[in-house]
Design a protein around this ligand. Sequence first.
Ligand code: ZN
Ligand code: MN
Length: 483
Amino acid sequence: MPLENLETIIGLEVHAQMNTQTKMFCGCSNDAFGKPPNTTVCPICMGHPGTLPVPNGEAIVKAITTALALGCDVQPHCHFDRKHYFYPDLPAGFQISQYDFPLATGGRIAFDLPSATAEGSHAEGLCKITRLHIENDAGKLTHRGKFTLCDFNRAGTPLMEIVTEPDLRSPEEAVAFVQELRRILIAVGASEADMYKGMMRFDASISLRERGKETLNPRSEIKNLNSFKALEKALTYEEQRLRRLWQEEHGPLQHNITVGWLDEGEATRVLREKETADDYRYFPDPDIPPLSIDAAKLKEIRTTLPPLPRAMKQQYRGLGLSDAEAECLVADTKLRALFDAVHGKTKDGKRASSIVLTQLLGFLNASEKDIGAAPPTEHVLTLVERMEAGAISANAGKEVLEAMVETGKSPIAIIEERGLTQMSNDAALEDLVKRAIAENPGALLSFKKGKPQALGAIVGWVMKETKGKANPVKVSEILQRHV
Ligand code: ZN
Ligand code: MN
């Protein structure tokens, strides 16, 4: 059978770390980044006998919020199960997860198809969600020669596991999907989804089938991919490998397999035949009561749902922003809040984009700062008000913004220090205009002979005389009255 008749089928399991204050079942700090190993641990997350886990309400609310954003049905009743396996990074000998009664089921994510990234074309892909459940993370192992070091700071971190239907048809589509999911997680404030800190990890299942058939063949599951690049490369590699196998064996895999991705070798390696669920000896955790989520609570959480990234992106495109600019705003809550505030003043999308995305981001980059180090919103708005009112010129505004980023001073202080205020004093400007007319008789003559652009020379004289501080709009107005 010709290989072009084969269709690629991909489904994903995504683990996302929730950005709660504390861990999933104890009071330890959930922010272990940069902290020495084994310093954010306690007897509960170390799985000591006799300790009792207490579910983290903040994590449950964040997981429900995410489920609602993905269009899932949040279940009125669910519970936590113990998933048993032995590994040195799992001190209790089991993970607390959810098995047959997950927090939420169903749902879908719409995303821009990769084939449609060209400006102006926005074909939509759709991937259904099977379920979303809560579980805790394991610790981290570092292998050093003969030794393995265990750091349990991450043990007990709250995770959401989001499982998709096998609706994705190519590695590129899988990446576009997880990128959209990442934007949603950030938008609802459930996860920082920082890839460098391993806050999003993927298991990807891939199989092949003949086009037109509905059956699902045994699949290869690639475990623990922690970047978009690894996801795409591993899936592309495995897709090619399965196609070659199909050619040799005249058909699909005979049974499910689990493979690992070797970043350095850029290849997959078969790890094992997939454990069946039985191997984990799932049973309801006897220490944690079942969870009931009532309709009133759900309704309350639903009212806190922010606008979702795709809707926002469309809205920003509508303001005249490019796809890249819209995506930039959608991806960053702080940047977006600042843009929205500036846009509220200017009522002009392109102008707000020029101030926030071009100038401010440019100055921040130049001083190697991120958006967190941006001037306070009130300062930026004061500056914008000054520009809008014509108190300072657009060029001076740019200079002030740069100084704000560099020095942290208020725009008022910088404008005064540098003497950037435009002259808007009518009487003073009127005198200047009269002098300018007297000094430029040639320009006035040309104007009277029907060359309106000749007045430019008179305005120019005033600007030069005031070292650029005169408000050019006002100067022109006054000049019109005198010619
Ligand atoms: Zn703890
Ligand atoms: Mn899991």
